[in-house]
Design a protein around this ligand. Structure first.
Ligand code: PMP
Length: 284
């Protein structure tokens, strides 16, 4: 069965879906996006994703292409038309099509909305979490508004590629003071040797991850002590456990960082509890 994409009002074969070369998303990465996990046909944490999308648009003075209700309808329709049970829904909104000029167009333009969905084995993600992954630290060379989920992702791409070439699954981004900011497309967590879970504040120039917020809530419900505080790369290496979180990665243990074992080099007990709690949450 061929894939179907939604592009500016039409459902079209994925391979034939196109946008204008003058689209500001294409020209300037003047666009925002969201990625939503689909588990057993249901979108996980859809409303917080829509809240974050609205916030990203607001921060960039970008108009919404449509209201929430029709947007939810389009998402469900893309999932249905692609017959996705477990997958990844991608939503991108750009400022729209205009003659190339850095400043915003002076006359109102229609924002572009594209929605696609691909199959993603959530069971595969959970199976990977049982083993854990390797990560490598890379310098965080991004801008000062990483709270906005924009498609301007070159520094993230370069970091991920560098980590991949070393045999890693993810890059751990580190600022000039030695503090871990986040991953190239994930939020970062560590567990101290006293069992405290630590993750950086989302007020601190990182993406406010939806999975991060859910895991934080689940951890608190499980009476795990959570500290919202930046930690250094050295602290992470000396910690008991480490993991990443994202919509596509759920909670995935990091068992090796820069070739150094975290804890005993296998997923630790706190992380394992959170992986299981998140798996159950996705299906609730
Ligand atoms: N940080 C960055 C830079 C990301 O790109 C992502 C994934 N989009 C995340 C964190 C995780 O966010 P979420 O849990 O909402 O997928």
């Amino acid at each position: 069965m061929s894939r179907v994409a939604y592009v500016n009002g039409a459902y079209v074969p994925h391979d034939e879906a196109v946008v204008s070369i003058d689209d500001r998303g294409y020209q300037f990465a003047d666009a925002v996006y969201e990625g939503v996990t689909v588990r057993k046909g249901q979108m996980v944490d859809l409303e917080p994703h829509l809240d974050r999308l609205a916030r990203s648009m607001r921060e960039l003075a970008m108009a919404a292409p449509m209201d929430r209700a029709p947007m939810r309808f389009v998402f469900r329709e893309v999932i249905r038309r692609n017959r996705i049970s477990d997958g990844f829904l991608y939503i991108q909104i750009s400022r729209g099509v205009a003659r190339r000029d850095h400043a915003f167009p002076t006359t109102p333009i229609v924002p572009s909305l594209i929605v696609t969905c691909k199959r993603l084995s959530i069971d595969g993600v959970i199976a990977r979490a049982a083993k854990g992954v390797k990560a490598f630290s890379e310098s965080d060379i991004r801008w000062g508004r990483c709270d906005i989920k924009s498609t301007s992702l070159l520094p993230n791409i370069l970091a991920k590629q560098a980590a991949k070439e070393k045999g890693g699954f993810e890059a751990v981004l580190v600022d000039s003071d030695g503090y871990v900011t986040e991953g190239s497309s994930t939020n970062m967590w560590m567990v101290r040797t006293d069992g405290t879970l630590v993750t950086r504040s989302t007020d601190d120039n990182i993406l406010p991850g939806i999975t991060r917020a859910t895991l934080k809530k689940l951890a608190e419900e499980m009476q795990i002590k959570v500290e919202t505080k930046a930690f250094t790369l050295e602290e992470a290496k000396a910690g008991a456990e480490m993991f990443l979180s994202s919509s596509t990665g759920c909670a995935t243990p990091i068992v090796e960082l820069d070739g150094h074992k975290i804890g005993d080099g296998t997923p630790g007990p706190v992380t394992k509890r959170l992986v299981e709690a998140y798996r159950a949450y996705m299906e609730a």
